[in-house]
Design a protein around this ligand. Structure first.
Ligand code: ADP
Ligand code: MG
Ligand code: MG
Length: 390
């Protein structure tokens, strides 16, 4: 009987029967996911493959595809989504992962919640937002990132959820939900802190990759405004590695100049906060009444497809940051938002705000506006007013 079943499976799934997670029933359940998905429209193209809008069990879903060559990226990203206690309103919802065989090739699929507004980058180009929308977008994105960064310990001190650094924060990797809140997506470069934290001072001399971290060497490949590939051969604990991970336009000064201390996990969180500052600027620039056309950060000082050298010159050598519009100076709320972004993108990583602090500051502003941030609704009554902050 088992052999018969095996033969039937072989007919259905060919070579995959002899690889992967074994044979028999569990395999059947896993394989079924891929068979249940239909792909309807191509909605995104990234470094590792495509993102499709599709249907799974009657629901709209986003399907991220990876070719067999990108198996490592697929595994890394699906493992990250499987981190215990990762689920959060402001982190892209994960449904399932599967590997399917099409003719003789293998394709890996990540099935995620679908958001028809697309990425924050797309949304900001076309949407008309006011200051309340701005605060909702920014606060929810900060809440998602704060949840990633947060380490959750059990009463006994046992780590339940590890701290996670995203390492590719940018408006294209944040999605906008129907309720106007953001969720953080694309965990393809994320790393977990599974080791015991050391102090910054203790880890300084050994500026080497910790064994628990995935570290990648510099790559010569350029791919426009998009993420650098993860060089899977260079995961190593012993040789000093350049931690050039993420998208060049959003890279923090310490990443560009190679001064990041990878043995101190907090360094990676600070890199995320730097990039978050740029995202905050992108959002705020689009808010009425001062709304300007959408521009990516550094649009005026680096080429469309900047090199690392272009970015280093502007961000490290010249210390440039996106310009703060003059009109904001007379508006207390925008003034505060401007200060917050500056405290996120500070040159000195230790001087940056934590994302938890950013989240709390934004939450306070939403509360003053009469918005119930935790409930996610846009208005909870009361008139909209600008806030007076010092
Ligand atoms: P990559 O790792 O290749 O950069 P992403 O996960 O960032 O892939 O997705 C690429 C693009 O696809 C995003 O910038 C966004 O425009 C679109 N996209 C991704 N996930 C979703 C989703 N769940 N809903 C709607 N659009 C999505
Ligand atoms: Mg992406
Ligand atoms: Mg990616």
């Amino acid at each position: 009987k088992l052999l018969e079943a095996d033969a039937l499976w072989k007919e259905d799934f060919g070579d995959q029967m002899s690889s992967g997670s074994g044979r028999g029933q569990p395999h059947l359940v896993k394989q079924t996911v891929g068979k249940q998905v239909t792909m309807e429209k191509l909605i995104g193209k990234g470094r590792f493959g495509e993102v499709w809008r599709g249907k799974w069990r009657g629901e709209d879903v986003a399907v991220k595809t990876f070719s067999s060559r990108e198996e490592t990226s697929y595994k890394q990203e699906s493992e990250m989504y499987n981190t215990i206690l990762l689920r959060h309103d402001n982190i892209l919802g994960f449904c399932a992962a599967d590997t399917i065989g099409i003719n003789s090739t293998t394709q890996h699929l990540l099935i995620m919640h679908y958001h028809r507004n697309g990425s924050l980058y797309d949304y900001l180009q076309s949407s008309d937002i006011d200051v309340e929308d701005m605060l909702i977008l920014a606060h929810s994105a900060a809440a998602g990132l704060a949840h990633l960064h947060e380490e959750i310990l059990e009463g006994g001190g046992c780590r339940v959820k590890p701290s996670i650094a995203h390492r590719d924060i940018k408006s294209k990797n944040i999605l906008v939900k129907d309720n106007g809140q953001c969720c953080i997506g694309d965990l393809g470069h994320a790393i977990r802190n599974d080791s015991h934290e050391e102090s910054e001072e203790k880890t300084k001399p050994a500026a080497k990759a910790s064994t628990s971290l995935w570290c990648f060497k510099e790559s010569n490949q350029t791919d426009g405004n998009d993420s650098l590939p993860s060089d899977t051969e260079s995961k190593t604990a012993s040789e000093p590695v350049k931690l050039l991970v993420g998208t060049k336009r959003y890279m923090a000064p310490e990443v560009l100049n190679g001064e990041l201390n990878p043995a101190f996990f907090e360094s990676f969180k600070r890199v995320d906060v730097y990039a978050f500052g740029l995202v905050l600027w992108e959002i705020a620039k689009r808010a009425r009444p001062y709304a300007d056309l959408y521009h990516p950060p550094f649009w005026d000082v680096v080429p469309h497809d900047p090199t690392l050298e272009d970015m280093k010159k502007v961000v490290v050598d010249e210390g440039q940051r996106p310009p703060i519009p003059n009109q904001w100076e007379t508006d207390p709320l925008m003034c505060d938002i401007a200060r917050m972004m500056c405290e996120c993108w500070s040159h000195q990583p230790s001087a940056r705000l934590t994302i938890l602090r950013v989240k709390k500051n934004l939450h306070r502003k939403l509360k003053v506006m009469g918005h119930n941030a935790s409930r996610g609704g846009k208005f909870t009554g009361g008139e909209k007013k600008l806030i007076h902050c010092n």
